[in-house]
Design a protein around this ligand. Structure first.
Ligand SMILES: Cc1cc2nc3c(=O)[nH]c(=O)nc-3n(C[C@H](O)[C@H](O)[C@H](O)COP(=O)(O)OP(=O)(O)OC[C@H]3O[C@@H](n4cnc5c(N)ncnc54)[C@H](O)[C@@H]3O)c2cc1C
Length: 364
């Protein structure tokens, strides 16, 4: 059977790896609008559910030896004073670019169709998809389609026009800093600093012995977001974080803000079904969540692992039609929980510290 994966980010690569060895994995095309040899992004936390999923879909890679182990969390005030040090399960901080490059090696001999975007498709009267159209005029035929095209998924808007993204309340500026001394000082601890008034926080993690991944989260109703160019981001960050703890200032000092990314965070109202006919939504396309949950990449990997189990023996259209409703049902409760927790964590983030202690910034 011919499989078409729409989007070659984490969900798309994880799924291609997961389908290897099955009939659906015999002929896989991955459509990716970016040039894949130039992966973008800063980094994220791999949590236990993501690591277990990776070990299932690509068991030959030593996933637990990637990135930097994160064993502790320190919740701190903006001046560095400790507020709390809740226990967290061990996790890994990984560079998105390095991680994606490694995951791509696990996709085997899938055909990459790079630099092309999906623009259109039409399901027939039996909800069956036969081909998709791309912006270069080409069309790709297939028997099974997987929408892995991210939070603003074009595939989802075509097949699930009622799906709704939440509005942007919090924005996040994600950066990396080459800062060996700071990386060493942070060690295996995720530090999160909070403004007393709420609605502004900074997270710092070391991703390697010399690199720090860090982010500024802000309430975009209280803080006018910078335009997306380096000087404007640098000005915003420097002004907002003046007088913050020495670790935060060291990260600011070592950052090239031309490489920073401003992210308008939006979650997706939970969908009852994440499949239609022979099309399944995977990763952020199925359940975009707020960054407070740290579940974006982990949830995408979990989806791929679930599809690997469900689709291992699929050989006909009828098998596929019968299997995908189980995929929709499988993590429905978990998707709802992550959405609700993301909203709860955002509410906590927006409130002054005097009214609410800072929350643990991840959902396990
Ligand atoms: C460039 C980039 C950088 C990121 N950096 C970070 C980060 O530093 N930290 C973090 O926590 N999260 C980051 N994320 C988000 C994170 O990767 C996702 O939330 C999570 O991993 C879920 O992955 P996904 O594959 O479902 O979605 P995504 O990672 O968003 O991947 C979707 C893929 O589909 C492609 N695509 C989208 N539309 C089309 C189309 N019409 N046709 C063809 N291809 C299409 C995109 O180019 C992308 O490669 C980033 C996402 C992207 C796209």
């Amino acid at each position: 059977m011919r499989t078409v994966i729409l989007g070659g980010g984490i969900a798309g690569c994880a799924l291609a790896a997961a389908l290897r060895g099955s009939q659906l994995g015999a002929e896989v095309s991955i459509l990716e609008r970016r040039t894949v040899s130039k992966p973008a992004g800063m980094g994220f936390l791999l949590l236990e559910n993501g690591i277990r999923g990776l070990e299932q879909i690509a068991p030959t890679v030593a996933w637990r030896r990637q990135g930097q182990p994160i064993e502790r969390l320190r919740l701190r005030a903006s001046n560095g004073a400790d507020l709390d040090a809740p226990r967290i399960a061990p996790a890994l901080c990984v560079s998105r670019a390095k991680f994606l490059a490694l995951l791509r090696t696990a996709t085997g001999d899938a055909t990459w169709l790079e630099g092309r975007s999906l623009i259109d498709f039409a399901l027939d009267e039996t909800d069956w998809l036969t081909h998709v159209r791309c912006d270069d005029g080409s069309s790709i035929q297939g028997d099974a389609f997987f929408a892995c095209d991210g939070a603003a998924s074009r595939s989802r808007s075509l097949a699930f026009p009622h799906a709704q993204l939440g509005s942007v309340v919090v924005q996040e500026i994600v950066s990396t800093a080459y800062a060996p001394a700071l990386a060493q000082r942070l060690g295996t601890t995720f530090h999160k600093f909070h403004a007393a008034a709420g609605g502004l926080a900074v997270g710092l993690l070391s991703e390697s012995p010399d690199t720090v991944v860090w982010f500024v989260q802000f309430d975009s109703r209280r803080h006018q977001a910078p335009t997306k160019d380096g000087p404007s981001i640098a000005r915003f960050v420097t002004e907002r974080l003046r007088g913050w703890s020495s670790e935060v200032l060291a990260a600011v000092e070592a950052t090239d803000f031309d490489l920073s990314h401003v992210w308008e965070t939006r979650d997706l109202m939970p969908l009852t079904d994440i499949h239609r006919g022979n099309l399944a939504l995977v990763g952020d396309a199925a359940h975009a969540c707020l960054p407070f949950t740290s579940q974006g990449a982990n949830g995408a990997i979990e989806d791929a692992a679930a599809l690997q189990r469900l689709l291992a023996n699929i050989g006909t259209k009828a098998d596929l039609r019968a299997a995908l409703p189980t995929y929709s049902a499988l993590h429905r409760h978990q998707r709802r929980r992550v959405f609700d927790e993301g909203r709860r964590l955002r509410d906590a983030f927006l409130q002054p510290l005097a009214e609410r202690a800072p929350a643990i910034p991840l959902v396990e």
